[in-house]
Design a protein around this ligand. Sequence first.
Ligand code: SF4
Length: 368
Amino acid sequence: MPEKIILLNDLRSPLLPVPAAPDAPTGLLSDALGRPLHDLRISVTDRCNFRCVYCMPKEVFDKDYAYLPHSELLSFEEITRVARLFIAHGVEKIRLTGGEPLLRKNLERLVGMLRALPTPSGRPLDLTLTTNGSLLARKARALKDAGLDRVTVSLDALDDAVFRRMNDVDFAVADVLHGLDAAHEAGLGPIKVNMVVKRGTNEDQILPMARHFKGSPFILRFIEYMDVGASNGWNMVDVIPSAEVIRRIGAELPLAPVAANYTGETAARWRYLDGGGEVGVISSVTQAFCQDCTRMRLSTEGKLYTCLFATQGHDLRTLLRKERSDAEILGAVAQLWRGRTDRYSEQRTVDTSGLARGKKVEMSYIGG
Ligand code: SF4
């Protein structure tokens, strides 16, 4: 019986310090490596109805796992206030994540509150959501009507047996595909499909997935298996480099590289030479993209993380609940971002000396 891993729900988060004289936001905030704050990923729940082996393995996230009580979660009003302040600092894209965000009751109400937020540039906020698709068929229309722009759906295999093994809750591929169709019919888009590739687990699904989504309204992206959190037993030998994924697909379905849509886009884009659309690869392990990383993460209980692989968060909720002013919170966020030097993926393989020691926060806690 493997040793039981006890996860600390990140009790080590210091209070976010408020600068003595916070300066007013300018709509452009750069970190210590010159990267602008542009994206905010908001986790709205630490719960999920899947137990994906590379994210929330069952032996850790079992029936005794201590999930956050509802009173600890940020309310929709608190989340919207935080979003409004981040938008003042230049955030133009908000991604709702989890756990599984569609498990949070009345999520469309939050979507409507965020949709109503103006941006300094006057451009509409880019409002998106990452989901495992299990509840999408039921929720797609309401989310679209509330103002959601698009969705990213995780699907790690087309073969039902492989998929059921990977989500570890016996959930069927057909139900996720049904959710995708419902999202498309509701007018959400572009819709992306993310597949995490793990050697010896689902690598035989690379070509079937590519064939299935080629020529469809959905953009398939392959994600390199990552050492997120402290519970998935990650090992480099289980990583299939994106270059190998592209080579395997290209051998049957010729591809050509395409320029990024914008600076900071995590996926490298490739198009089918026969006009069958595009496919992407997200290569955090073998082709790090930290130099353009413009993302801050907010956990479901109000902690800020400057990197997916952080070992420590910063407690913002206390400032919210102690009724600190907008100016104070804007100053605290600016100070945190200006001091940011994270580039974990670049350091991971090259020089691990600069890497923070200690347990990395779980992806299911702050969203991918
Ligand atoms: S490893 Fe951290 S800094 Fe690098 S791209 Fe990912 S979140 Fe950004």
